[in-house]
Design a protein around this ligand. Structure first.
Ligand code: NAI
Ligand code: PYR
Ligand code: MG
Length: 473
């Protein structure tokens, strides 16, 4: 089993119970006392003195599944046959597959989809390369490319371990945006090799979604690919995150009655997400942003080897405040965490300004757990699916790519990102807006459509659309 604190919120225990020694009620009470909640029971086999049952048990994050399994093993008359983790079961054999659009039922079909007839289609594309958009998967397919160097907040876990996240992103692309995609995890973390690999695979794709590539390499990789490719290249951890963060902030500020130009924002974690979130806030009119990384506040006057941190120091922190997160958080109106789990304390939030807004977005463990501060923060959000207010780039990338592909945009530019943020923010009406509902759910079917429409319009306005969808002709 994997790390139960990260993923295993629900397990299935297969138990053999000697019913002449112990009854099921006793087994259930031991599991309950160890912190497990039995939510389903399946009887697998039964005889006069013995029964085999599958117990589906859910636990909260703070419960150690090992304690439950030990308690079960220590019961006389009970044998633990097997433990399965529902999350691991869901990943068996991977989460996605390729499906042909039409069946190949006879030789005639075979000769059309494959040789000899396919050759005519190949030659049509050879004569007019643009036809790749109408005659291949390019029109609707995005590559989700990672090098495994900054996977969620798990760090540099490499390309194999990154695959489950990238497969997950592909599922989300399809389910929420109708966009096909391939997860591609590269076995290199060299900037030039990544650029070359992405350029080499680009012909098959209508767009490139870079994912979980650590800073500062992610900036050069994206910048270069944007220049050197004619399809949209979008680093999701930068721009997807920034778009959703901005949408959430627009709505949170309405609740606390503060204006964007007057707030003090502390951004913790000045990597891919932190820099992009700060940039979008600067262009939205936030004047006082203080970025904090492991070495403390980023301030002009300090020397940074990383050119992005140098840029950051020159464009933020107008008062050149120095210090640790604990020190600079005093008086902040907004905390934005895109760093690491558990690094913000209740005491820190207590030192923020009135009606503090806390967006603890590190995954899978947020900078602070909402339950620790729900009585002192005005608005709380995380990146997770199991708390209210999920600020997660999943709310952006399916819709923004849907729009970009539909108008065959050559890039995803600032106008398109701002349009996406506004579409997300405006999905919640003034009447609906409340501290537990500042951002729509990804299951809100209006959102992707709204983002797509606004993104297409912005692409047309800004001159990057290479095809005008019928409804705008
Ligand atoms: N909710 C969402 O939609 C998203 C959340 N994230 C989360 O944000 C975090 C960072 O992701 P990326 O920017 O892609 O990674 P990154 O590796 O580019 O940047 C992380 C930055 O955080 C800093 N950091 C780490 N521990 C810190 C600490 N204790 N104090 C201050 N700074 C610290 C690192 O030095 C680095 O500069 C991850 O936990 C990730 O899961 C990232 C993208 C989207
Ligand atoms: C959500 C996401 O992309 C991340 O945490 O890296
Ligand atoms: Mg990511």
């Amino acid at each position: 089993m994997g790390n139960t604190r990260l993923g295993g919120k629900s397990i299935i225990l297969r138990l053999e119970i000697q019913t002449d020694m112990i009854n099921f009620g006793q087994v259930a009470s031991v599991i309950f006392a160890a912190g497990g909640d039995i939510v389903a029971i399946d009887v697998i086999q039964t005889s006069r003195n013995m029964t085999v049952r599958d117990l589906t048990i859910t636990v909260t994050d703070s419960v150690d599944i090992g304690i439950i399994t030990e308690a079960v093993k220590n019961m006389e008359g009970v044998r633990l046959i097997n433990i399965s983790d529902r999350t691991f079961l869901l990943h068996l054999g991977g989460k996605i597959e390729t499906q042909p659009k039409t069946p190949i039922q006879n030789r005639d079909d075979l000769s059309r989809v494959y040789t000899p007839d396919v050759a005519r289609v190949c030659m049509a594309i050879h004569e007019e390369p643009d036809k790749a958009y109408s005659l291949t998967v390019k029109r609707n397919t995005v590559a989700v490319v990672s090098d495994g160097s900054a996977v969620l907040g798990l760090g540099n876990i490499g390309p194999y371990a990154a695959m489950p996240v990238m497969e997950g992103k592909s599922m989300l692309f399809k389910q929420f945006g109708g966009v096909d995609s391939f997860p591609i995890c590269l076995n290199t973390q060299d900037t030039e090799e990544i650029i070359a690999a992405v350029k080499a695979i680009a012909p098959a794709f209508g767009g490139i979604n870079l994912e979980d590539i650590s800073s500062p390499r992610c900036f050069e990789i994206e910048e270069r690919l944007r220049k050197e490719l004619d399809i949209p290249v979008f680093h999701d951890d930068q721009h997807g995150t920034a778009v959703v963060l901005y949408a959430a902030l627009i709505n949170a500020l309405k609740l606390v009655g503060k204006s964007i130009g007057s707030i003090k924002v502390v951004v913790c974690g000045i990597g891919a997400a932190g820099i992009a979130c700060s940039k979008i806030l600067l262009s939205a009119g936030v004047k006082n942003i203080i970025g904090v990384d492991k070495m403390g506040a980023i301030a002009a006057g300090n020397q940074y080897e990383n050119r992005m941190l140098q840029w950051y120091a020159e464009h933020t922190n107008p008062e050149r405040v120095q210090g640790t997160l604990r020190e600079v958080i005093h008086g902040a109106d907004v905390f934005i965490g895109v760093s690491a789990g558990g690094i913000l304390s209740r005491e820190d939030v207590g030192h923020m300004a009135d009606q503090p807004i806390v967006f603890a977005m590190a995954n899978p463990v947020p900078e602070i757990r909402p339950e620790e501060i729900e009585d002192i923060a005005a608005v709380i959000a995380t990146g997770r699916s199991d708390y209210p207010n999920q600020i997660n780039n999943v709310l952006c990338f399916p819709g923004i790519f849907r729009g970009a592909l539909d108008c065959r945009a050559s890039e995803i530019n600032e106008e398109m990102k701002l349009a996406a943020a506004e579409a997300i923010a405006s999905a919640i009406s003034e009447e609906e807006l409340n501290p537990l509902y500042i951002i729509p759910s990804v299951f809100n079917q209006q959102v992707v459509k709204a983002i797509r429409d606004k993104v297409v319009q912005a692409a047309i306005r800004s001159g990057v659309a290479r095809r005008i969808p019928r409804e705008y002709r």
